[in-house]
Design a protein around this ligand. Structure first.
Ligand code: CDP
Length: 221
C-alpha cells in the first residue's frame, strides 16, 4: 500500500495541531506532533536540573532518554505520558533554546523519519517540509496574525488550567517565533513548494475544507 506524508509547518499557535488532528482522523493517517517531542526533551532537561541555555549539558541526554508516542498518541518521556506536563509554562519558556541545538535536532529528526517510514502521516512542526520530509506528498505553511495567535493560546491555556495572561502568551509567542526562525540549523521557514494558508479570521472547518480540496486535487484522497 502506498504511504503518504502531509507536512504542516508554521509559527507557534497558528492552529497546526488542531487542524492536523482533525485531518488525521478524517483520513485515517497517523498524527505526529514534533513540537511535543522538543517539549519532552526540554522537560527532561529541566527534570535533570540541567541548564536549557547550555548546549553541552542538554546534549548529554541524547540517547539516554526515550521519547515516543503511546497507543493514545500521547507524548511519552521514558515511557511516562507527559502530554499535559509539557504544555506548562516552564517548558514553553525554555523549549526554543533547546530546539536550537543541532545534535538534539538530528536525534529527534531521526526518530521522526522513523515514525513516518511505514505509514501515512500528518506531521506538524517548523522544519517538516524544509528538512524532515523534503519529499512530503503535500506541504502546507500555516500562519496567522500574532495577536490572534496569542488570543488562541490564552484560551487554550485557560481551558487546560494553565495560569497565564494574554500579554505573557503574546511575549512567549514572539520570543519563540524569533528564536525558531533565526537559528542556524533547520530554522522555521516556508519550503518553496509549500502552500501558504493564512488562518487569521478563518474558522477551523474552513481551513480543513481548504486543505481537503488540495489533497483531493493531488489524488491523495
Ligand atoms: O504548540 P506550539 O505551536 O506552541 O509549539 P510546538 O509545536 O509545541 O513547538 C514547541 C517548540 O518546539 C517550538 O517553538 C520550536 O522551538 C520547537 N520545534 C522545532 O524547533 N521544530 C519542530 N519541528 C517542532 C517544534
Amino acid at each position: 500500500m502506498k504511504h503518504y506524508s502531509i507536512a504542516i509547518d508554521g509559527p507557534s499557535a497558528s492552529g497546526k495541531s488542531t487542524i492536523a488532528k482533525i485531518l488525521a482522523t478524517k483520513l485515517g493517517f497517523t498524527y505526529i506532533d514534533t513540537g511535543a517531542m522538543y517539549r519532552a526533551f526540554t522537560l527532561a532537561v529541566l527534570e535533570n536540573n540541567l541548564d536549557p541555555k547550555n548546549e553541552e549539558e542538554c546534549d548529554s541526554l541524547i540517547g539516554k532518554i526515550s521519547i515516543d508516542f503511546d497507543e493514545n498518541n500521547h507524548i511519552t518521556l521514558n515511557n511516562k505520558d507527559v502530554s499535559e506536563r509539557v504544555r506548562q509554562n516552564d517548558v514553553a519558556d525554555n523549549v526554543s533554546y533547546v530546539s536550537t541545538y543541532k545534535n538534539i535536532r538530528l536525534w529527534l529528526v531521526g526518530l521522526q523519519r522513523k515514525l513516518a517510514s511505514n505509514r501515512s502521516v500528518i506531521m506538524d512542526g517548523r522544519d517538516i517540509g524544509s528538512h524532515v520530509l523534503p519529499n512530503a506528498s503535500v506541504k502546507f505553511f500555516q500562519i496567522a496574525d500574532v495577536n490572534e495567535r496569542a488570543e488562541r493560546r490564552y484560551m487554550e491555556n485557560l481551558q487546560k488550567g494553565i495560569q497565564t495572561t494574554k500579554e505573557e502568551c503574546l511575549e512567549n509567542l514572539k520570543k519563540r517565533d524569533y528564536i525558531d526562525s533565526h537559528r542556524d540549523f533547520a530554522p522555521l521557514k516556508q519550503a518553496s513548494d509549500s502552500i501558504l494558508i493564512d488562518t487569521t479570521n478563518m474558522k477551523i472547518s474552513d481551513v480543513v475544507d481548504k486543505m481537503y480540496i488540495v489533497l483531493k486535487n493531488k489524488g491523495i484522497i
